[in-house]
Design a protein around this ligand. Sequence first.
Ligand code: DGL
Length: 274
Amino acid sequence: MTPMEDARPIGIFDSGVGGLTVLDALTKRFPDESFIYLGDTARVPYGTKSARTVERYAIQVADCLLRRGVKGLVVACNTASALGLAALRVHCPVPVLGVIEPGCRVAAGLSTLRGAPGRVGVIATRSTVASGAYPHHLAMLDPRIHVVSLACPLFVPLVEEGWVEHPAVRLIVEETLAPLFSQHLDAMILGCTHYPVLKSVIARTMGPEVMLVDSSAAVAEDLGRYLGHVIAPAPPGTTRRLEFLVTDVADRFKETAQRFIGNVDDELVEMVDL
Ligand code: DGL
């Protein structure tokens, strides 16, 4: 039976800094909950690696967070969710929440607003697209949804370098997304942690007809459903703790984190070996 209250932190992980977009949504939505965020900065990117490797990395990261006593795990990384979620759910003794299912549920709902069957675009890393995880989950929700997936390998390095308002970004985004212009999409899933940072340029490029789905808000919804059912919530009024673990280059993490969530206190960032 789940206890009524549990002050232990929730673990959240990503291949690097990108998952901070999800952490940001979760900390805003759940002010009493403590979080430990792990960025596997030594081995980022996951989005170019094989399923076997990503699964192995995900289990190692989960073990590190489990040793810290987390009461649940949020896999903020789309690539790790696409390739490692099933293994993580078998491996971990705590509830594990990924980003694919929540994002698909929102997209499926939006896509049929103009009448079924809807048309959904999915933009993500190469490995996420190759996994077929998004089309698979969308088909489970509604097999009539037409899904068009596109890998956008240049978007992650652009965001990491802070090239968000740079004039070259608009050009790269337009060139990359061009194959989707003729697809008459109703909704498009931003299926990578970094893409919400480029949301305004992606929205301008795709036009107002295409509704963008940022999975971080959808994950917060799902965590809300988990808390109080499969994960006990923190006692109300708890002074929350936020901790950050990285596997390499802590300074670079702090610098890039500025762009995602603002200042990260130096003393809260710890280097770990997995
Ligand atoms: N966090 C990854 C994702 O959401 C993007 C960065 C990477 O390739 O590791 O897919």
